[in-house]
Each structure stands twice: as C-alpha cells, then as structure tokens.
Design a protein around this ligand. Structure first.
Ligand code: F0G
Length: 395
C-alpha cells in the first residue's frame, strides 16, 4: 500500500492520483505502509528484486531487465587519487543509463494509471529510456529536446525506439516548463524526475550498493547533479533502509555539478533560495541544467547526511573520464565523470578524508556521447596500408 506525500506540507494523495506536485506547490514522494525487510528481497539482481518497496499495485511491470549493474573496485584510481573508490556503473543498464531504473517503474505505473501517452523533456538519456520503455509497453512517447545540445547516441536511441522527437530552440529548463504546461492541459503524462514514481525505481541504486558491499554502508556516495532527481532518489533508498533498521548509518550524499551549470552548489554555499542559471553551459550536456526542479529534495539529502555539493570544470571532468577509461577500463560519459572529478577536488580541499570509503555513481555509458569521447581521448594514427608503414607507426 502506497500513497503520495508532500515534502513541504505533509498533504497526502492517493496513489491513483496522476499528479506530480502538491496543491501547495511542494514536491511529492511515495510513502509505504510496509516496512522493508531483507527477507522480502528475492529474485535475480535488478530493480524488481525490491518490488515489496515499489509502488506498483495491480499492473505487471514493463521491464527490460534494468539494474543489477556492476560495482567495481577502482583500485588503481583509488591509489592515484588517495581514497578508496568503488564505481557503481549505471552505464551498464539496457539503454546505457540509470534512467532505465526510473522508467521501468514510471512507465509501469503509467500503464496502471491508464495513461495513453507519455512524455519528457530531456538532455538525452531520459529520452532514450522513455522511448525504449514506451516501445516495450506499446504506448506512444513524446520527447522535447534542446536543439543541438544532445549527444548523438541519445538522439539515435530515442529515434530508433520510435519516440516522437521535437527539438526546441531553447535549453532543457525551457523544454521542461513546456512539457509540464502541456501535461496540465492533458496532452500526456510526464516522466521526468518531477514524477515521484520514476524516482522510486532509481532508489534501488542504494539497495544494490548495500547488497554488493555486504551491507557495509559506504561513508560517502558521490554522483552528478542535473535536475537533482537521482541524488534525492538514492538518499530516499538509504533512508528507507535506515528507518527500517536494516542499516544503522547513512552515507554522506555528495553531489557534483559542472561549473557552468552549478546553481545548487551556489545555493548551498550561500544559503537561501536557489538562483537559476539562465544560460547553463558545459560539455557534460547531460547535466546542462540551470534550474533543477528537485532542488528541495536534494538539499534535504545533503543536509540530513552531512553531505556536500561541489562543482568541477569541463577540463577536470574530461580528465576524470579519461582516467576511468584508461586506468580502470570503465567507459562513462562526461557527466558521469564529474563524480570522480568531484572526489579528487573534495579530497584536495580537505572535505573528504583519505580514510573514507567512497562510492561514485557513473550514470551513463561512454558510447552515449562519441563526440565527447573522441575530443577527450586524442586522434588515430593514419598510415599507408603497408607492413612497413605500420611498423614505423609502432615505433
Ligand atoms: N548523469 C547523466 C548521464 C544524466 O543523463 C543525468 C540527467 C544526470 C547525471 C543527472 O541526474 O537530473 O537526476 O540530477 N539527465 C536528464 C536527462 C536530465 O534528460 O537525461 P539528475
């Protein structure tokens, strides 16, 4: 049994109510009658292993076998940076990002609610996931994208899975505002991270990390922040297990933004209201977001766990992307590498202690953005097609 709870005023709404926010404007989250128990988790690794604490009540799940992603011990990177780093590689999901965890739950819930068309605004990954799960569920999907600012792999995925793509001459924040307005007019159901059901799928990252670490709680979980949904979702996952007594401490939730799109970092440093970035800019296009809608949830996640947020330059995040790829064999997209770049920076600043155990969540796969990968990693060697020419090149 679940319901929707307003994080601002505590108002309660039925789980059959397809709403995104409270009458008071506050964000909603899903609450449950059931208390999670380790004994309830069964089946293979993946999101639906935790179905006892997911909000689906009657419908079958729409699944592409998402979740169950690897947690790597990044030993060489740990030695180099100076702190124990594990990498939870969400790029290993069916469409190559953590969004699949959200979409399997969000699209399933949409079917349960009798929705006939789904939509999102996207910097790319959400659109790829929505398109794939929309196809699997046989429900039409509409995507609004900031024109010219979405990595090639993601556009190709969304088109190939049959979504209707509309490119706007504007940024992500403008796309999201328009999607939300059109949803109010009844055009479709929104599956951005403003949707509380979608975030329920993403909270399973916390559950998996705990199982993979043998129920040892890491000191810190570090991840990129764009619209601030994922940090809120992962925090909620840990919090549910904490309240159920399954774990007895919380990790410090730590968010990393790209410098040119870092309104949340500014708000946390200065206190007070978040001041949106009107024209966010970064090579990490996935997190090129100036007005994160889930900021209130993310602020709670960070403050309640003694966590923090920081920003990194494009140069720093590209350097971390190359290090993950070349030292560890872990291929991630630029936004995902902010996690490792952020750890390096916070360690240098004395915020992270060298004795900590840190989990970096790498949110999307290297192949999402081939152009960025080529830019960060250098050029090929071109030769004549002769034995001698290749020998010379090898020298
Ligand atoms: N990393 C990647 C690879 C992403 O695609 C996103 C968000 C984030 C991190 C940030 O997550 O928004 O929950 O804080 N991408 C969205 C999209 C906005 O449209 O694909 P967040």
């Amino acid at each position: 049994m679940s319901w929707l709870h307003c994080i601002e005023c505590g108002e309660r709404y039925s789980s059959n109510d397809p709403r995104y926010t409270c009458e008071c404007g506050g964000l909603l989250e899903v609450r449950y009658e059931e208390v999670p128990s380790r004994a309830d988790f069964s089946g293979p690794p993946g999101v639906w292993r935790y179905s006892s604490v997911l909000p689906l009540e009657t419908a079958d799940s729409v699944t592409l076998h998402e979740g169950g992603t690897p947690l790597y011990d990044a030993d060489k990177l740990s030695d180099e940076i100076g702190v124990e780093i594990h990498v939870k590689h969400e790029g290993m999901n069916p469409t190559g990002s953590f969004k699949d965890r959200g979409m399997t739950v969000g699209v399933s819930k949409a079917i349960e609610l009798g929705i006939e068309r789904v939509a999102c605004a996207s910097t790319g990954n959400t659109s790829a996931a929505l398109a794939a799960y929309g196809a699997a569920a046989d429900i039409p999907a509409v995507v609004l994208l900031p024109q010219g600012k979405v990595a090639m792999g993601k556009v190709a995925q969304a088109l190939m899975h049959g979504a209707q793509l509309i490119e706007l001459d504007g940024n992500f924040d403008e796309c999201l505002r328009i999607v939300r307005d059109l949803a109010e007019e009844g055009f479709f159901y929104v599956l951005n991270s403003i949707n509380p059901y979608r975030l329920e799928g993403q909270k399973t990252i916390a559950f998996e990390v705990l199982e993979q670490m043998n129920w040892e709680v890491p000191d810190r979980v570090v991840l990129p922040i764009g619209n601030a949904g994922n940090i809120s979702a992962i925090y909620k996952g840990f919090r549910e297990f904490y309240h159920a007594g399954i774990i007895d401490e919380m990790p410090m939730m730590t968010g990393v933004q790209a410098e040119g799109a870092s309104p949340l970092v500014g708000a946390l440093q200065k206190g007070g209201k978040l001041k949106p970035f009107e024209s966010p800019e970064t090579k990490a296009t996935a997190i090129r977001i100036g007005d994160p809608v889930n900021a209130p949830k993310a602020r709670e996640a960070i403050s309640e766990t003694d966590g923090t947020a920081t920003s990194v330059t494009d140069e720093e995040l590209m350097d971390a992307q190359v290090k993950l790829a070349q030292r560890e064999g872990i291929g991630v997209e630029p936004a995902s590498a902010t996690s490792v770049a952020g750890v390096k920076k916070l360690l240098n600043d004395g915020v992270i202690d060298s004795t900590e155990t840190v989990v970096c969540v790498t949110t999307g796969h290297l192949l999402k953005d081939p152009d960025a990968a080529l830019e960060a990693s250098g050029d090929t060697i071109k030769t004549d097609a002769t034995h001698e020419a290749v020998r010379q090149a090898l020298d």
